[in-house]
Design a binder for this molecule. Structure first.
Ligand code: FAD
Length: 431
């Protein structure tokens, strides 16, 4: 059985893994239904299928050019491995999601976004070129200037155009491995959105929102703003090793927890404790990039906390002018259902690259909520889909496991038709 991060759904699959180009080419030429899989850190069924090609053996560095801030590598290399090499050289990823355990191919396939979308766009904006093995067995170099249409169909195209074999992308220079963080406590959603709007210059911004809070507390949150720290920002204890990288892994959740472990009472207590952890309304600190960008990576296999039946993450984006009304309606619906999420994450997207026609982001707010996977939740999410459609928003395919084809067709105007390359998601969405 193979699953992605949400442990829902589970599929029976043959998984092929090789780094030999001749074998990859033969595999593609001889198979009709190939699903491309990176590290399976999408939550739902985007990289699940009956006949999976895993890129994890394509894990070689090809070139690092610190002067021009560029790196080239095979597509199955993990961000975590790249960080180990680039941070000591004073370089950082241009865009990173909330986990470092994703592959470069997965970053392009889903065109991932980070906490800096409002300033620096999504991952595709930083790709110089990639080599794509297409359904015809040809390998094509794709970039914003070469095979342009295929380039943009692949960025956010969810693995339906071919296998990205390798990629070259931009990095950003950093002086230290630390972040100057400002945490703002917002008593409700109005204050949280005001804090985003008043800090457009912050390179990174994200809000951790208590989605069990109701009434005047609806949407209360802790907003984190961040900038890469310079040497002079570092307190003495960090100054001796400004590009420090921690070694080893954090604690792991060893087993699936019983499904009752996450219930309205535990969710409410967790949210309240998180919100009250910060006393004052504003707190500044210098913290390592690892807990700033990847707080959830600190507990390995935290996905098992949701039990064997798994969970779904519901991430939607709404256009700026309807974000406030839509998010309030959705939060009210979620709190009333009692099917809360231990923490919700709110981010502000900027203007997307007009060429990124397959990608999820649009200018406006995006909210991500986790739910246990069960029929009651799916019914609630169908209702939330209606609200997202009313407000002209869309749902992130990298998180989706249950959207209906009609919702997909209404909210995504551009799609790649699946052919030789397909996935359980593409089939479910009748794509
Ligand atoms: C804790 C956590 C936090 C996250 N936070 C964020 C976030 O902040 N922002 C965000 O955007 N995402 C976020 N994600 C989602 C994750 O970044 C994406 O789903 C990413 O695509 C996963 O990469 P992967 O290598 O695991 O790819 P997979 O999940 O295996 O695949 C993802 C998609 O990419 C395609 N693909 C993978 N490799 C290739 C390739 N070589 N060639 C062609 N297509 C390919 C697959 O077919 C599939 O459609 C988060 C996930 C987790 C678990």
């Amino acid at each position: 059985m193979v699953t992605n991060w949400g442990n829902f759904p589970r599929v029976e699959a043959d998984v092929t893994e090789t780094s030999r180009f001749s074998e990859i080419k033969a595999f593609v030429e001889n198979s009709n239904n190939v699903t491309i899989r990176g590290n399976g850190r999408s939550y739902g069924d985007a990289s699940l299928g009956e006949n999976i090609f895993s890129t994890l053996r394509l894990d070689k560095f090809i070139d690092l050019d610190p002067e021009n801030c560029e790196i080239e590598c095979e597509s199955g290399l993990l961000f975590s491995d790249i960080l180990r090499v680039i941070v000591p050289k004073g370089l950082f990823l241009p865009v990173t999601p909330g986990t470092k355990f994703i592959t470069v191919g997965g970053a392009i396939g889903a065109d991932v976004h980070g906490k800096n979308h409002h300033k620096e766009g999504s991952f595709a904006s930083h790709v110089v070129h990639f080599d794509l093995l297409t359904a015809t067995g040809e390998t094509l170099r794709c970039s914003p200037r070469e095979n342009t249409s295929l380039f943009w169909q692949t960025c956010g195209g969810m693995g339906l155009t071919g296998i990205i074999l390798s990629a070259r992308f931009k990095l950003k220079p950093i002086e230290t491995a630390y972040i100057r963080q400002t945490s703002l406590k917002s008593p409700n959603i109005d204050a949280a959105m005001k804090a985003f709007a008043e800090n457009p210059g912050s390179t990174y911004s994200v809000a951790w929102l208590d989605c069990a809070a109701r009434g005047k507390n609806l949407g209360r949150s802790i907003i984190q703003l961040g900038e890469h720290a310079s040497q002079s920002d570092l307190p003495k204890k960090f100054a001796a090793d400004p590009l420090f990288l921690p070694s080893g892994n954090g604690p792991a959740v060893p087993l699936f927890m019983p499904s009752f472990a996450i219930n309205p009472i535990t969710v409410k207590s967790f949210n309240t404790a998180y919100y009250n952890r910060q006393r004052g309304t504003k707190k500044t600190s210098v913290i390592h990039f690892d807990p700033f960008f990847y707080p959830l990576d600190g507990i390995r296999y935290w996905n098992k906390l949701y039990g064997k039946d798994g969970f779904v993450q519901y991430q939607f984006v709404l256009p700026l002018d309807s974000s406030y009304d839509g998010i309030v309606e959705i939060l009210e619906r979620v709190t009333a259902s009692g099917e809360g999420s231990p923490l919700a994450v709110l981010k502000l997207f900027g203007e997307p690259d007009p060429n990124a026609v397959m990608s999820f982001p649009m200018k406006g707010y995006t909210l991500a909520l986790d739910f246990k996977a069960n029929e009651k939740v799916f019914k609630l999410l169908d209702e939330l889909d209606e609200l997202v459609m009313t407000h002209n928003g869309r749902i992130y395919l990298a998180k989706d496991a249950r959207m209906k084809p009609s919702v997909f067709r209404t909210t995504y105007s551009n799609t790649v038709r699946s052919g030789r390359f397909t996935s359980a998601q593409a089939k479910r969405l009748e794509n």
